[in-house]
Design a protein around this ligand. Structure first.
Ligand code: FAD
Length: 419
């Protein structure tokens, strides 16, 4: 630890996976760290997600044709990717900015930035796992994409070619007849698949719980049910936060409030254009014939995650604002989606339905760096669909930037100043 930072304090707003990762690297650097959350620790989007740590997931949402799907979804309430038709200036600005980036050139540019931070994150996770800091059912078993139809296989082959050509990411191609031998949970008769052996997965709630335990053991303080309500600032510095539990002073502040970060932007005088992208999951007991590998089913946009003592189906991307309902038909869609692929698609026991609001940026890149015009406040948010995968490198970047060090990867593509 660096002695020079021992007397300096940091308050992090938001105890999702990103706030926790920032706390880790800042505590390692010797700062006195407090993490506050308006709800429970890691109880929001970082709780019930699919848990993939997937450096292969390079291609951003802003792909050619994506905007057509957005527009079609306005009239299809069952679409996996859905925008609810409503008048909201921030949403339409977001969609307009998103649409402008749905082209080959910008997709490849965003992908190249994501690759760097995804790879760095995986390296950091591997270090933490080998140091036995995290007890999270880490499994580096790879990630299997399964395609039902020949046209799905044809389309995904093009995606894979792109990944190899531009990013050097390779995958093992599996023909349909090989799939049941590869994972006995897969039904015969499917078109094929692609296996990314460099990916891993975790049980998200165990990851955050064990990480928080470790951080508390090295002196980090976590405060639940403590919402940031406003701030006190001088010209260029935030001096304190007003929270639901009283005033908090610190030398530095980090905003890691996920999808809610936009609501805080006004206090810090910056622009944080994030829309909540709502997704669902259902968690149950392991089925009798449980998949050996985590799987993505791109034609149905569903992820399947087999945990040590559970089994999860997760998916959907809805732009419906902060609507906290869990429609049963969405959960049923998840269950139905697994049926064409898996011999035993559903487990028993309690069916725990969940939703989370992903912090979606219009350029598919996270927002990491110092808040423009404030000397002591930093953003770590906007991690889209990849917050679990990007947490470690994001935390490391925040710690480096806050200390004025040269970041270990180029942080400019993620700068808050781009908005
Ligand atoms: C269905 C689904 C599947 C997913 N699967 C994967 C996957 O397999 N791999 C992957 O990498 N990513 C996945 N994701 C994305 C990932 O879950 C998110 O990117 C990630 O959880 C975002 O983390 P976060 O810490 O930024 O936000 P959150 O976890 O939402 O945390 C933000 C926290 O800030 C707090 N907060 C907000 N406002 C305030 C305030 N005023 N004061 C104090 N606290 C505040 C909130 O209470 C919350 O706890 C998935 C998401 C969904 C929905």
């Amino acid at each position: 630890m660096r002695d020079s930072r021992d007397n300096e304090s940091v308050v992090i707003i938001g105890a999702g996976i990103i706030g926790i990762a920032c706390a880790h690297y800042l505590a390692q650097a010797g700062f006195k760290v407090t993490v506050i959350d308006r709800g429970t620790i890691a109880g929001a989007c970082s709780y019930g997600n699919c848990g993939y740590i997937c450096p292969s997931h390079i291609l951003p949402l802003t792909e050619p044709g994506a905007i057509r799907n957005v527009l079609l979804s306005l009239f299809n309430p069952n679409a996996a990717f859905r925008v609810k038709l409503r008048w909201n200036a921030a949403l339409w600005t977001w969609i307009w900015q998103f649409a402008k980036r749905c082209n080959h050139r910008q997709m490849i540019a965003a992908g190249s930035h994501l690759k760097v931070i995804l790879d760095s994150s995986m390296t950091e996770y591997q270090k933490l796992i080998s140091e036995q800091v995290l007890d999270c059912e880490w499994q580096d078993s790879g990630l299997l994409y399964v395609l039902q139809t020949t046209s799905g296989m044809r389309n995904f082959t093009r995606t894979q070619q792109l990944l190899t050509e531009h990013f050097g990411v390779t995958a093992r191609r599996l023909e349909g007849e090989e799939l049941p031998g590869f994972d006995r949970a897969i039904k015969p008769g499917l078109a094929g698949g692609f296996y990314y052996e460099g990916d891993a997965y975790v049980r998200p709630d165990r990851l955050s719980a064990s990480w928080v335990r470790y951080l508390e053991s090295i002196g980090v303080t976590f405060a639940e049910n403590c919402a940031m309500e406003s701030i006190e600032k001088t010209a260029m510095r935030v001096s304190s936060l007003r929270t639901s539990s009283g005033t908090m002073h610190a030398d530095h502040f980090v905003i890691a409030a996920g999808a809610w970060s936009t609501k805080l932007a006004g206090y810090f005088g910056c622009n944080i254009p994030i829309e909540p992208g709502k997704g669902y999951s259902v968690t149950m007991q392991r089925p009798q014939i449980c998949p050996r590998y985590p799987m993505l089913l791109p034609e149905h946009h569903v992820g399947v995650t087999p945990f040590v003592d559970g089994y999860r189906l997760g998916s959907m991307m809805e732009f419906v604002g902060f609507n906290a309902s869990i429609p049963e038909k969405r959960i049923q869609q998840l269950r139905d989606a697994a049926k064409p692929y898996l011999a035993d698609p559903l487990g028993g026991g309690n069916q725990n339905s969940w939703f989370g609001w992903r912090p979606m940026t219009w350029d598919s890149l996270p927002i990491i760096g110092r808040v423009p015009r404030l000397e002591n406040t930093y953003l770590a948010t906007g991690h889209n669909m990849l917050g679990m995968s990007l947490a470690t490198a994001s935390g490391k970047l925040v710690a480096e930037i806050l200390q004025g060090m040269t970041p270990h990867i180029d942080a400019r593509p993620f700068s808050p100043a781009r908005f």
